[in-house]
Write a protein that binds this ligand. Structure first.
Ligand SMILES: NC(=O)c1ccc[n+]([C@@H]2O[C@H](COP(=O)([O-])OP(=O)(O)OC[C@H]3O[C@@H](n4cnc5c(N)ncnc54)[C@H](OP(=O)(O)O)[C@@H]3O)[C@@H](O)[C@H]2O)c1
Length: 443
């Protein structure tokens, strides 16, 4: 049976971006396992992994099929005959998506709207760091003298490129001369720069969420969810409104992750609602009231290819050992293995809406992190956000684990400031979206 012939009421549609490696691939595997364990036998998962090339898509689907087969074999040993039943409950529909090409994002959105009837969850996982290396002397000193802290918040020893920008977005019109940076704009107008790290991590996903809004709104009984991937390194100090895309920053990754936190935590506040409502707006009157939800996750500290190290075999092994030591020294955030690190995003994807509403209604909107105990037993833990605390509630920081050294408890009035920042960020993102859509439409 084709995916398009499935009954939407019994089918769960999930997109995972950057699904060919690291946390993204593990999120897909975990989603398969937990879906099969927790959803009724009559329900099917349509998993949509996105990658940047057809080769990566084929390879990813192959790996996911192999994972599914292994899961089914294990179940077959416990309950003979169940394996083939489970295997039929998962379908794959690979998509190509380059988040740094706005045309690719638009095309992907269009293909999705033409091929699936609704979307239950969009997991915005893909990302780049923009790092070029490490200051090895400083890294070694910091790790040896302050192991857990410096492997959790590796400030001051990652080296990043400043001012990375994407390639041209608007297709050349032939007569338009290239600008000094080799960029062309429609009608000869130079394009403004678009930060590469900002675009891969935040803006590309932001646009994808917008183009998927009709699908998210078509999900029933409640609208679909957008799950953002943040980091423990979403430092407030690194995000500056006047350098919204982090173009002049040597911490563009951290700046973008802070922006991610702010956008996801405030999307439903009264001050940001006018902008986020415009973002979710669609032409379909039947679904106009069904507002999608946004959730915020992070994978902890994981051994993946996001930072490329020299002599990868030995250095990745040493990095992994350093992370395990961090875990054994008591860090809850050293998830280390990608599968463990996927626990928070998958929980947010599959939890009942009533569960999420209950917990966020009681404790405030949160940043949900993947965490572990010393033995590697995973769990989902709320994570502190500067200026928001654990849930935007004064007094909610007391006795909490996993805080950064020197973290300051949320004070009266800070939540209002955070919400004010959220509203400005939402306004800027909507402005940027409309400007870029205008440029692309005029081309
Ligand atoms: N690793 C950690 O400790 C850690 C900690 C906190 C947060 N995170 C977050 O976790 C997420 C996944 O990272 P990871 O550690 O799993 O890194 P990873 O193994 O490098 O995976 C990143 C994925 O993003 C894809 N990607 C990169 N640029 C893209 C673009 N322009 N368009 C579409 N896809 C793109 C990559 O595809 P290609 O293979 O084609 O490049 C890859 O599939 C990121 O958002 C990252 O910030 C990771």
């Amino acid at each position: 049976m084709e995916s398009s012939q499935l009954d939407p009421n019994d089918t769960f549609y999930a997109i995972v971006t950057g699904a060919n490696s690291g946390v993204g691939l593990a999120t897909c595997c975990r989603l398969i396992d937990e879906f099969l364990q927790t959803r009724p036998q009559s329900h099917t998962l349509v998993l949509i992994p996105t990658t940047r090339s057809s080769r990566k898509s084929d390879d990813t689907v192959k790996q996911l099929r192999a994972h599914l087969a292994k899961t089914c074999q294990k179940s077959e040993k416990r309950v003979p005959g169940i394996g083939s039943v489970l295997e039929k409950r998962v379908r794959f529909q690979a998509e190509m998506l380059d988040l740094c090409s706005l045309i690719s994002v638009q095309a992907c959105g269009r293909r999705l709207r033409n091929t699936i009837p609704k979307l239950d969850v969009l997991i915005c996982n893909a990302g780049i760091g923009g790092w070029t290396g490490l200051n090895w002397w400083r890294a070694t000193y910091k790790i040896l003298t302050d192991w857990v802290h410096s492997t959790t918040w590796p400030e001051g020893f990652k080296i990043a490129s400043v001012g990375l920008v994407t390639g041209p977005q608007v297709p050349p019109t032939g007569s338009a001369p290239p600008t000094a940076k080799g960029k062309r704009g429609s009608g000869g107008t130079p394009e403004p720069p678009l930060g590469e790290v900002f675009c891969a991590n935040v803006f590309g996903h932001y646009l994808l969420g917008h183009y998927c809004a009709p699908l998210l709104k078509a999900a029933r009984p409640q609208a679909g969810r957008i799950i953002w991937t943040s980091s423990l390194e979403a430092y407030a100090s690194e995000f500056k409104l006047e350098d919204f895309q982090g173009l002049t920053s040597n911490m563009a990754y951290e700046s973008g992750k802070r922006l991610t936190d702010v956008l996801a935590l405030t999307y439903d506040t009264p001050a940001a609602r006018p902008y986020s409502s415009r973002y979710f707006e669609t032409d379909d009157a039947n679904t106009s009231d069904n507002r999608p939800r946004m959730y915020l996750s992070h994978p902890g500290i994981v051994n993946t290819a996001i930072i490329s190290l020299p002599f990868p075999w030995i250095m990745n092994w040493l990095y992994m050992v350093a992370l395990y030591i961090g875990r054994w020294l008591g860090s809850q955030w050293h998830t280390v293995e990608p599968y463990t690190s996927a626990v928070s995003a998958v929980w947010l994807a599959l939890a009942a809406q009533s569960t999420l509403e209950q917990v966020e209604g009681r404790e405030g909107k949160g940043k949900w992190g993947s965490a572990t105990d010393r033995m590697g037993n995973e769990r989902v833990m709320r994570t502190e956000v500067e200026g928001w605390g654990f849930g935007g509630i004064v007094g909610d920081c007391a006795g909490k684990k996993g805080r950064k050294r020197g973290a300051v408890d949320l004070k009266e009035g800070e939540r209002d400031k955070f919400e004010g920042l959220g509203s400005v960020c939402w306004r800027e993102m909507e402005k940027l979206r409309e400007e870029w859509e205008g440029r692309l439409a005029a081309a």
